[in-house]
Design a protein around this ligand. Structure first.
Ligand code: SAH
Length: 361
C-alpha cells in the first residue's frame, strides 16, 4: 500500500482523512498547524499528538519533504536552492532579500517559487524554456518550497512571487490550493497582498483569477505591446493576442481594483524605442499601469539559437531613459534589481542542468 502524503492537503481534506480513521475533527486542525505553521518534517515532531495516534499515522501516511541538493549564495545576499522532488526530478527556488534596508517596514524577504518542472512555453529569452516541460508541481511541493526555505533560513519570508520555473496558469488549481495554505492564518500566514502570480499571458486564467475571492496580485510578462514583436519572443501570443491580454487585464482591474504589474524586459533596439513608449502611454489611458522594467539576463549558458541568440540587453543608461519617458506620462515605473546574477539566479535564469534533470541519489 502506498502511504498517503499529508503535505499538500488542505483543512477539509485533512478533516476527511481523520474522520475516516474514526478520529475527532480537531485532530485535523492539529495536523494542519504542525504541517504548515510549524513546518513539521515528521510525525515525531508532533509532540502534542499521542504516541499511539502518531503510530497509526505513520503506518498509513507520510509527510513528503523536498530534499535540499545544493544552495548558492550571491554576493548580493540572494540564495538559490536546488530541491529534489520525490521522483528524483528537481526544481529551484530563489530567496531575495530586500535591497532597501533603511527601515523595518522595508525589510522584505521575498521567495520566488517554481510551479512546474521545466516549462512548455518556449519564450525565446528564458533559460527555463530551454529545458522543455516535464510535469506540474503539486500544491504540497509548491508550499514545501516556502516551508523548507523558512526552516533553512530562519528569517520570516514576507513576500512570495510565483515567478520561478514554469507557468503558474498552466497549473492553476494546484497553484491556488498552495496559496490557500500559504495565505491561511493557521497555515503559513503570508498576506494575499504579499503574494504575486506572474503569467506569460493566459487571458482566460487572468479573468478566472479576477473572479476569485482571494485576490492575490497579478503580474503580466508583457515584453512588447506590438503583437508581431511579441509573437517573435513568446509563442503563447499565438493563442492569446496582445489585444486579448489587455482586455483580460481591463476586466481584472475593474473587478479587483488592483493595478496589474507589467513586466517588461528591455531588449536593445527591439522593444525599447520611442514607439514602444507611445504604446504604453496609450495603454495607460485605459488601465493604470505599473511597469517593472527588467534588465535582460544572459542565458548564453543554454546556447540559444534563432532570435534568442540575437537578443541583447539595453544598456543601463537607456533603461533609465525609457523609465523616465514612461514616468513623464504618469506611469509608475520600477527598474528591477538584477539580484543573484552571479549565481544564475536572476529572473529567467532558472534551469536545472541536464546532468541533474533526473537525479539518482
Ligand atoms: N511563466 C511565468 C513566470 C516565470 S518567468 C511568466 O512568464 O511570467 C518570471 C519572469 O522572468 C517573467 O517576467 C519572465 O518574462 C522573466 N524572464 C524570463 N527570462 C528572462 C531573462 N533572460 N532576463 C530577464 N527576465 C527574464
Amino acid at each position: 500500500m502506498t502511504k498517503k502524503n499529508l503535505k499538500g492537503l488542505d483543512l477539509t481534506e485533512l478533516q476527511l482523512f481523520v474522520e475516516e480513521l474514526g478520529e475527532k475533527k480537531y485532530r485535523a486542525a492539529q495536523l494542519y498547524s504542525w504541517l504548515y505553521a510549524k513546518a513539521a518534517q515528521s510525525f515525531d515532531e508532533m509532540t502534542d499528538i499521542s504516541k499511539d495516534f502518531r503510530q497509526v499515522l505513520s503506518q498509513i501516511s507520510c509527510i513528503s519533504n523536498l530534499q535540499l541538493v545544493a544552495q548558492r549564495v550571491s554576493t548580493d545576499g540572494t540564495i538559490k536552492y536546488l530541491f529534489k522532488l520525490n521522483d528524483d526530478l528537481a526544481v529551484e527556488s530563489v530567496l531575495i532579500p530586500s535591497p532597501h534596508i533603511s527601515s523595518a517596514e522595508e525589510k522584505r524577504l521575498t521567495l520566488c517559487v517554481s510551479t512546474q518542472v521545466g516549462c512548455p512555453l518556449d519564450c525565446k529569452f528564458c533559460a527555463t524554456g530551454s529545458m522543455g516541460f516535464t510535469r506540474n508541481l503539486t500544491a504540497g511541493e509548491i508550499a514545501d518550497q516556502v516551508l523548507q526555505v523558512q526552516r533553512l533560513n530562519q528569517k520570516r519570508i514576507t513576500n512570495l512571487v510565483y515567478m520561478g520555473m514554469g507557468e503558474p496558469m498552466l497549473n492553476y488549481d494546484q497553484v491556488m490550493k498552495s496559496i490557500g495554505i500559504i495565505n491561511d492564518d493557521n497555515g503559513l500566514n503570508i498576506g494575499a497582498r504579499h503574494i504575486t502570480i506572474s503569467t506569460a499571458g493566459y487571458a482566460d486564467k487572468i479573468r478566472q483569477l479576477a473572479d476569485e475571492k482571494r485576490t492575490v496580485k497579478l503580474a503580466l510578462s508583457l515584453h512588447s505591446l506590438d503583437n508581431e514583436k511579441r509573437l517573435k519572443l513568446m509563442p503563447i501570443t499565438k493563442k492569446f493576442s496582445v489585444a486579448e491580454l489587455i482586455d483580460s487585464l481591463d476586466y481584472y482591474y475593474h473587478k479587483t481594483r488592483r493595478r496589474p504589474t507589467f513586466e517588461y524586459i528591455l531588449f536593445d533596439g527591439f522593444n525599447d524605442t520611442a514607439a514602444d513608449v507611445k504604446l504604453f502611454v496609450t495603454l495607460s489611458r485605459r488601465i493604470p499601469c505599473k511597469v517593472n522594467l527588467i534588465p535582460f539576463h544572459s542565458i548564453a549558458f543554454t546556447h540559444p539559437s534563432g532570435i534568442g541568440a540575437s537578443l541583447k540587453p539595453t544598456p543601463a543608461p537607456r533603461i533609465e531613459a525609457f523609465a523616465d519617458a514612461l514616468r513623464k506620462s504618469d506611469i509608475t515605473v520600477m527598474v528591477r534589481a538584477s539580484s543573484g546574477q552571479d549565481i544564475n539566479a536572476a529572473c529567467g535564469q532558472l534551469a536545472v542542468p541536464e546532468s541533474m534533470k533526473k537525479m539518482k541519489m
